[in-house]
Design a protein around this ligand. Structure first.
Ligand code: GDP
Length: 453
């Protein structure tokens, strides 16, 4: 395998930048341009050396610190070094260039982690967890990803898979050597293991909803007729001037999306164009988006202006949310109240009073969102959560085969029929940890990584 190199820190200016190299020739290449202050003949892993990087003509490029990792004790399990440079893009690019000139090749996105996987240090689900840790938006999300990186998911999958392999082996023995007549014991055991597997996979499958919420956030749509105060509410929630607030009706023409965190759960807040009859083309698109957003959201925040009487547009909004997870927000409580609340109350949704203008009532709103979505109960400590769509589909496939196998046992059909189902379960679970996935799947997964990881 070639020796790869990449800039691992994010582009832009920073205090420190890291150029990372991995492969057989890593130290050989490094020696061509790195002059350590103290020369030592042997290289020890987990050590650092201070020195200078010079270009091919011997000119000084930067003062650096180099960390050494000796195979197999490194991220990739190969010889590795990390050159800590000053964080300017010019210096990092120069050092990268020097590595390339001396025989390294530019790493593809995720190639360091791919090597860790191909060299057997981590399995595929752990490699995927690396991306999730990097992309985490909240502490809870990163906790789930770190658990997966630690191998919690792989361990559980490994345990289930091992048990299924065991019963498959026993079945094959009874088929191949019928004289060992222990079928009854085997059947009882098969039944027990299938039930255990069923329970575990069911739990994993169900955990995906929470995993998805932690990963993608709950979709919250702010809906209401023009001028009810949607943009003002968004600003209040975000505590910043993100949306343009005006008193000309229908100015929020596009949908604005922002993330906030409540109880460690990310919420994707969408402010939509006012719901009303479209008068011009641009407005029409906005109205369409509003309707769609309210249909596709997990929670709708329906906002009403208490200084005005309820009109048909408001009633249209009430109709949109009647079967939804929704909170009704009565805005502008600083003004004289003209809104008759009885009609709104009849919907039976929680009602919060706020003044977006005076920044009143936002804490109550946050509490209500948390209560409505049981945010506190998502990702409790120690709970195994499946947050990856790929894993979920293999779990579902495995689970379906468990059910088919259970049916065979329940209907007292010949036990050898279940072999093919068990093989499917083993294969599907193996795909999660990467035991039997195609190269295309592997390439697709690692292409989602950033450079230098
Ligand atoms: P949107 O069209 O629903 O997005 O409404 P905006 O957020 O743009 O607000 C429309 C108008 O109502 C602006 O002039 C805001 O300043 C005003 N407004 C919003 N919230 C309040 C409030 O709580 N009290 C008062 N008095 N005015 C508000």
């Amino acid at each position: 395998m070639s020796t790869i190199v990449a800039i691992s820190t994010s582009p832009g200016i920073g205090g420190i930048g890291i150029v990372r190299m991995s492969g057989k020739k890593c130290f050989e290449i490094l020696n061509k341009f790195f002059i350590p202050k103290k020369k030592k003949s042997t290289i020890k892993g987990y050590t650092m050396r201070y020195g200078k990087v010079v270009d091919n003509s011997g000119k000084l490029v930067d003062e650096v610190l180099v960390s050494y990792f000796v195979a197999p004790k490194s991220y990739t399990t190969e010889n590795m070094c990390e050159i800590n440079t000053h964080g300017g893009t010019v210096v990092m690019n120069q050092i990268l260039e020097i590595c390339l000139q001396n025989g390294a090749v530019l790493a593809e996105p995720g190639e360091f982690t791919k090597r860790a996987f191909l060299n057997g240090r981590i399995d595929l689900s752990q490699a995927e967890a690396v991306i999730d840790v990097i992309h985490s938006k909240t502490e809870k999300e990163s906790k789930v990803a770190v658990n997966q990186l630690e191998g919690n998911l792989s361990e559980k999958i490994g345990e289930i898979r091992k048990k299924v392999i065991e019963i498959l082996a026993e079945i094959e023995v009874t088929i191949d050597y019928p004289e060992y007549d222990e079928v009854e014991i085997t059947e009882a055991k098969i039944s027990r293991i299938l039930d255990e597997t069923d329970t575990l996979l069911d739990k994993m499958e169900k955990s995906f909803l929470n995993g998805k919420i932690l990963r993608d956030g709950l979709k919250v749509a702010i809906i209401g007729k023009p001028n009810a105060g949607k943009s003002s509410l968004l600003n209040l929630i975000l505590n910043e001037e993100r949306a343009i607030v005006t008193d000309i009706e229908g100015t929020t023409r596009d949908t604005i999306e922002e993330f906030i965190t409540i109880d460690g759960v990310p919420l994707k807040i969408m402010d939509t164009a006012g719901i009303r009859d479209a008068k011009d083309e641009v407005e029409k698109i906005g109205v369409e988006k509003s309707r769609k957003a309210s249909e596709n959201c997990d929670i709708a925040l329906a906002i009403f202006d208490v200084s005005r009487e309820l009109d048909d547009e408001d009633r249209e909004i009430l109709d949109l949310i009647k079967d939804k997870n929704a909170i009704i927000i009565c805005n502008k409580i600083d003004l004289e109240k003209r809104l008759n609340i009885t009609e709104i109350r009849s919907l039976g949704k929680p009602i919060i009073e706020i003044s977006a203008k005076n920044k009143e009532g936002v804490e109550n709103l946050q509490k209500e969102i948390s209560k409505l979505c049981h945010l506190n109960e998502i990702a409790l400590d120690g709970e195994l959560i499946v947050s990856n769509q790929r894993h979920k589909s293999h779990i579902i496939n495995a689970h379906n085969n468990v059910k088919k196998a259970q049916e065979v046992v329940d209907n007292c059909l010949p036990i050898d029929i279940i072999s093919s189902y068990l093989k499917e379960i083993i294969e599907e679970l193996g795909k999660i940890t990467g035991e039997n996935v195609t190269e295309d799947v592997i390439n697709e997964i690692f292409s989602r990584f950033c450079l230098g990881k």
